[in-house]
Write a protein that binds this ligand. Structure first.
Ligand code: SAM
Length: 248
């Protein structure tokens, strides 16, 4: 039986590809790609001639069985998406799920992921965090999405598209207030990489002053709601406990 390799590719800077990713892409029998033309450019940059086939959101379920059959015939297959780690807001879930159910061998070739790259440079708590994908398209659902993310109490990381970022920030401001702190990261690993930390209102101003800043690939991060602090200070509580037996 063959192996399915889940191979991460760069999110901007081609030098981020790993040696192991290149070896894998070179040596497998087939590469399943989200967009064969896009991956074709990456492969030709590195002089890799492996055959590719399309595996995208629209045909993934049908192709999953075909891919499993090839693995069972002994073929080794690499799965890549257009950028970063496959399956992370990218195709691949149906395939990996089927392969695991059927006992096929699936192994990672890790590398870039915009969510993790953004988080580790954000200055927000990293001990507990959640990745919540893209925000919903409708305003009401989006407001609920931000509220739930905040109330989880842990750092939330989300992907945003250029055409939705301003509407998202308006909604964020509506539910959590203008002073809510956020971190915005764009064009990670590329020439115009930018980080901005501040309140939602400040970020709206930053992006409105130069609309060019709204373009490109964007990650938005939100700290979680702070844990409720004890209303009675610890020392006062201790005194109360000491005094309690004396009280009428
Ligand atoms: N699988 C990818 C990953 O591992 O990051 C994400 C794919 S998702 C379809 C594309 C989104 O990821 C973009 O809209 C943006 O939110 C984020 N993204 C991808 N590359 C990025 C980069 N270089 N800088 C900032 N965000 C990026």
């Amino acid at each position: 039986i063959g192996t399915l390799y889940i191979v991460a590719t760069p999110i901007g800077n081609l030098a981020d590809i790993s040696e192991r990713a290149l070896d894998t892409l070179r040596s497998v029998d087939l590469i399943a790609a989200e967009d064969t033309r896009h991956t074709g450019k990456l492969l030709s940059h590195f002089g890799i001639k492996t055959r590719t086939f399309a595996l995208h959101d629209h045909n993934e379920k049908q192709k999953a069985q075909q891919l499993l059959d090839w693995l069972q015939e002994g073929k080794n297959i690499a799965l890549v998406s257009d950028a970063g780690t496959p399956l992370i807001s990218d195709p691949g879930y149906a395939v990996v799920n089927l392969c695991r159910q059927q006992g096929a061998h699936v192994t990672p070739v890790p590398g870039a992921c915009a969510a993790i790259a953004a988080l580790c440079c954000s200055g927000l708590p990293t001990d507990r965090f959640q990745f919540i994908g893209f925000s919903p398209a409708k305003s009401q659902a989006r407001q609920q999405f931000f509220k739930t993310a905040y109330e989880s109490g842990i750092t939330s990381i989300m992907y945003e598209s250029t055409h939705r970022i301003m509407a998202s920030l308006e909604d964020l401001q509506t539910v959590l207030g203008a002073e809510q702190q956020v971190v915005f990261a764009k064009e990670l690993t590329k020439t115009y990489e930018t980080f901005f930390s501040g309140s939602v209102a400040e970020l709206i101003t930053f992006l409105t002053n130069e609309p060019e800043r709204q373009r490109g690939e964007l990650v938005l991060m939100l700290p979680g709601k702070p844990a409720q602090t004890e209303e009675i200070p610890a020392e006062a509580k201790r005194m109360l406990e000491l005094l309690a037996p004396e009280m009428p």
